[in-house]
Design a protein around this ligand. Structure first.
Ligand SMILES: Nc1ncnc2c1ncn2[C@@H]1O[C@H](COP(=O)(O)OP(=O)(O)OP(=O)(O)O)[C@@H](O)[C@H]1O
Ligand SMILES: [Mg+2]
Length: 290
């Protein structure tokens, strides 16, 4: 990957007075079944929040619940201080879904796919402007795919396709980026490049929520950790508190063996997050909100 240069500045919003995302006693699921229950969580401007938890614990469901892509049974979801139903400024939220496959039946170039990330910024009658094209090229450059922008996405590797999806989300110049396992299948070198890209975006005011099994991939970027266990928030605190109280996992993958260890369908490394955080650690970080 080439050294990416100038970060796209997320829409210069005046600093939000309150949380970017706030869940209060929210339950989400599918059909009739709630999968995550009673989730209360605030994501503040500038947070880089990692959501950890074992396979099937409900991490993706929380993210989908925030976006209205999962059924909501109870509680409230606020986006930028507004009930989600009243929120229509969709470009402010970028989303990198988990397990999204770029179709190999429809042939599209990297530039075309990343360009779809601009659509929510354009009125339906709108033309693609120079600003749109510049944002697309910048986003492609950021993920280090400039030399591939005219290549068919179907001809890229899985890890490169993940980077296309990240570029697509960045092209919309969001204020908050929700990423569901963005580094699954991305090699160590490109994980570092991605971490550097995200670091610069955070410096420009981007707020990040990232579901991951690879906390190490985000280096010192992550400021806060939420652990989901069996559909509930088991821990919510700053990273230092998390690393102090959860004795295991993150840097010692071989130490613990779990019966429920699953193969990651995305081919990423699966680190089952052993939940050894006492309930009393919840909110024990003394973190002040706002
Ligand atoms: N579209 C769906 N319809 C019905 N049930 C679903 C759906 N998506 C997920 N589930 C169920 O919800 C539960 C939580 O799934 P979820 O995808 O949120 O877990 P996860 O923590 O993201 O797991 P992973 O680490 O494997 O991505 C699982 O029992 C799963 O089977
Ligand atoms: Mg998931």
């Amino acid at each position: 990957m080439s050294a990416p240069s100038p970060a796209p500045s997320p829409a210069a919003a005046s600093p939000a007075p309150g949380p970017v995302i706030e869940l209060r006693h929210a339950s989400f699921g599918y059909g009739e079944r709630a999968v995550v229950t009673d989730v209360s969580l605030a994501v503040n401007p500038g947070d880089v929040l990692a959501i950890l938890g074992s396979n099937g614990s409900g991490k993706s469901t929380v993210v989908k619940g925030v976006l209205g892509l999962a059924q909501q049974f109870t509680g409230e979801v606020d986006l930028f201080g507004m009930p989600r139903a009243d929120f229509h400024d969709h470009p402010r939220i970028g989303y990198v879904p988990q397990r999204h496959t770029l179709s190999s039946t429809v042939r599209s170039t990297v530039r075309e796919v990343v360009g779809t990330g601009r659509l929510s910024r354009q009125p339906w009658w709108g033309r693609t402007t120079g600003a749109d094209r510049a944002a697309v090229e910048r986003a492609i450059d950021l993920v280090g795919l400039s030399d591939r922008s005219s290549v068919d996405v179907a001809d890229l590797s899985g890890g490169q396709q993940r980077r296309v999806l990240i570029a697509r989300a960045l092209a919309g110049e969001p204020d908050v980026l929700l990423m569901d396992e963005p580094t699954a299948g991305v090699d160590a070198v490109n994980q570092h490049v991605l971490a550097d890209v995200l670091r610069r975006l955070v410096e420009h005011g981007l707020t990040i929520v990232v579901v991951t099994h690879e906390l190490a991939a985000f280096e010192d970027l992550v400021t806060r950790v939420v652990v989901i266990d069996a559909g509930q928030v088991r821990f919510d605190g700053d990273r230092a508190t998390f690393e102090r109280t959860s004795t295991s996992v993150l840097h010692d993958h071989n130490h613990h063996h779990h019966d429920d260890e699953l193969e990651d369908p995305d081919g990423g490394s699966v680190v089952p997050v052993t939940i050894e955080v006492p309930r009393s650690a919840h909110d024990a970080s003394g973190r002040t909100h706002g």
